[in-house]
Design a protein around this ligand. Sequence first.
Ligand code: F6P
Length: 461
Amino acid sequence: MARLVIVSNRVPIPKSRGAAAGGLAIALRDLLTPGSMWFGWSGRLTAEPAAQPSLVEARGVTYATVDLTAEAHRSFYVGFANGALWPLLHFRLGLMRFHREDYEGYLAVNQTFAASLEPVLQPDDTVWVHDYHLIPFGRMLRARGFQGPIGFFLHVPFVPPSMLEAMPVARELVVDLCAYDLVGFQTEEHARDFRDCAQRMLGATVDGEWVRLNGRRMRAFADPIGIDAESFAQEAGRAASDKLVRRVAESMVGRALIIGVDRMDYSKGLPQRFEAFGRLLEKHPEHRRKIHYLQICPRSREEVDEYRKLRIDLDRLAGRINGKFSEFDWTPLRYSARAAPRSTLAGLYRIGRIGVVTPLRDGMNLVAKEFVASQPDEDPGVLVLSKFAGAAHELTEALIVNPFDPDAIADAVHLGLIMPVAERRERHAALKAKVLRTTAQVYCRRFLDALAQRPLVRAAA
Ligand code: F6P
């Protein structure tokens, strides 16, 4: 069997104190079988990074990582990936900061990664590249002579041609995506937008999921990511004994918990959500003293200006809401920038009466799926979900809202709070069945099976 080589910016080396493992790392970690390899950034900045990756073996998996210089990291990660690509792909053109030297730095880091990985690859390896940090990586690896299958999965949304064209190097990005054998997107809408870009911007021929460019065919399809729902549900059940979960549950004194968990990112719609909570208390005073809204939003990417500004905005908004509605023995909004372990989060979701997941734009949003998996079947809570999260394409029994409309969010939370248990059970059963069906394992298998069909792709080209 071909060896699987995963490539991503962050590498979840077990027990590493370097890079923090994100959602992607957790989704894939469980699926790495002995013999496979995970390659990417070590999480370290050094003055003179070695050309060869440093190798660590854990549970039969080789973790191969390279260091970056501070300057390379700044232009690659802070500058182009998170200062230009992230806002663009989240439909925030006004926040896109494009600098040609950042793009050069992005290309250079991708070259460095390709140059370090290529010598440790075996000819029959299958390479699976992840996310917007590494769009040119496949083309660069191919140019170094690697002949095996190379697939790419984009965890974030993709935009229509009219929006992508605002990016000065849009053509280059689409050419680079076309260089993969297979590109996976979270939803069919994103896959279609990409194929439209290839057609309109490069003159590619599109036939269903297939894109033909310069005599070569590649496939762009939707493969929605999932969670390990069974184990997450079990973790949520066990977490009732978690100290922090118990403390939060006790502090509720019978009040209903509204819970939100997001990285502190402007794509998550947090100011609108805070405002919605204020509107709820305003419009429905009957809920005052009977609910608590807990928002956990660990700080993220604070090297980027927009993220620092967001923190200031949220501090101000939280202060305003609590200043307006608090009573001596009731604080309506608790907001914490601290990260919590996965097991604690699972326990908090379980005791949540309403899960609020209202990003302005999101590739998938696994918190929505985790909230569903964690809820008790007999007395489940209600998920309030943004129509612009990839998850809304699947989780249609949630209360779907427009995240730009604080009143709509407030109305949905109110509806969730008064919803009879029979309706909650019915919605939850339908949602849970979906979350259990489209798991992380299904996602990986679908992608790798599609990538394995590549020789047929070549023959047909
Ligand atoms: O949502 C995209 C993503 O890359 C996730 O895979 C990851 O959990 C998150 O962003 C973390 O971002 P960063 O690596 O910038 O901390």
